[in-house]
Design a protein around this ligand. Structure first.
Ligand code: TRP
Length: 334
């Protein structure tokens, strides 16, 4: 469909504020992928309501995420950036795939176990079938590759299993997607607990640098970052806090960890943390400026939302019609 270009699909939830980890580990590395792949990036709002959300906040954050995609450099002419809820095929295919997914498989999903422990008062069916919706996202676009973090690997596996099961019954309907582990982005850990990933759902705001944090806040968080009492800047597992700061500095300046170690040889943690803060600030600045401009241009964003939802609907309807026919639903009368 796309002149031989392979298809890439990924999605992000608009829950919580995006962190430096999301940017350096994912978003930033997506920018040039459109040269090689036909890219779809969805704001997966259907997934978000598996956890209770305040409607006004969700709506605001969904729009904000879409603008962050653009501010981070994803060109909306070259990448399809859209809201999952604007394309009805996601929910429709998810239902069909539900009927090809076993309870036992879903029971094994570690994210379901984690989330149901965390939200024990609201273990809803959507939380349980979350991976099937994710499979629908990916398979609707016949995606060849899916850039995902480690935490989503199990969901990609079940997507492949569902697709293979369906194909075994009905013939070659779905492309079997692969994980995209091309240029892996930096894995950024929490500033307060370097054994945990920096996460937008972290309850301690000092653990994460948010993309919209102002320079003072960034600097304050860097200065407060948990380190150790070794008093030497070395890149090794025994110093996870310093290791993480080196990773951040290195990702922001494109220097290798070895170069960073050399640069700060004999220097104190205080000085190093300031340098990390400065480096982060200079990476966030252009993104924040672009975001502020986009915020003012409502008509432009609205146009992108509309045009890209139409494109996504068109592409996904091809797969959906085929699947509906395969399972035996009556064809539409034109
Ligand atoms: N579950 C993913 C996450 O929380 C988001 C997501 C939804 C996704 N659908 C997807 C990621 C399809 C990749 C492909 O990170």
């Amino acid at each position: 469909m796309f002149e031989g270009k392979k298809v890439l699909f990924s999605g992000m939830q608009a829950t919580g504020n995006l962190t430096l980890g999301n940017y350096l580990g994912a978003l930033r590395n997506w920018v040039n992928l459109c040269d090689e792949y036909e890219c779809f990036y969805s704001v997966v709002d259907l997934h978000s309501i598996t956890i209770r959300q305040d409607p006004a906040t969700l709506r605001k954050r969904a729009r904000s995420l879409l603008m962050i995609y653009i501010a981070a450099g994803l060109d909306p002419e070259k990448n399809c950036l859209y809201y999952q809820s604007h394309v009805s095929g996601h929910a429709e295919l998810a239902w069909i795939l539900d009927c090809f997914t076993y309870m036992g498989e879903l029971n094994r999903m570690t994210q379901f176990k984690d989330k149901s422990a965390k939200h024990a008062d609201n273990i809803n069916a959507g939380l349980f079938t979350y991976p099937v919706l994710m499979a629908a996202d990916i398979l609707l676009y016949q995606a060849d590759v899916v850039p995902v973090g480690i935490d989503q690997k199990q969901h990609l596996e079940i997507t492949r299993d569902i697709a293979q099961r369906f194909n075994a019954i009905y013939g070659d309907v779905f492309t079997i997607p692969e994980g995209y582990y091309g240029k892996v982005g930096a894995k950024i850990m929490s500033l307060q607990d370097p054994s945990k990933k920096m996460s937008k759902s972290d309850e301690n705001p000092n653990g994460s640098i948010y993309l919209m944090d102002d320079p003072d806040t960034v600097m304050r968080k860097c200065k407060r970052a948990v380190t150790d009492s070794e008093a030497q800047i070395l890149y090794r597992d025994e110093q996870p806090g310093i290791h993480n700061l080196i990773d951040i500095y290195s990702a922001c300046t494109s220097k290798t960890p070895e170069e960073v170690v050399k640069e700060f040889d004999g220097k104190g943690y205080g000085e190093f943390k300031m340098a990390v803060g400065e480096a982060v600030i200079s990476v966030l600045k252009p993104l924040q400026q672009r975001y502020a401009e986009l915020e003012k241009d409502k008509a432009y964003i609205d146009e992108i939302i509309k045009a890209n939802a139409e494109k996504a609907s068109y592409v996904s309807s091809k797969t959906l019609r085929k699947v509906q026919h395969k399972v035996g639903f009556p064809d539409r009368v034109r």
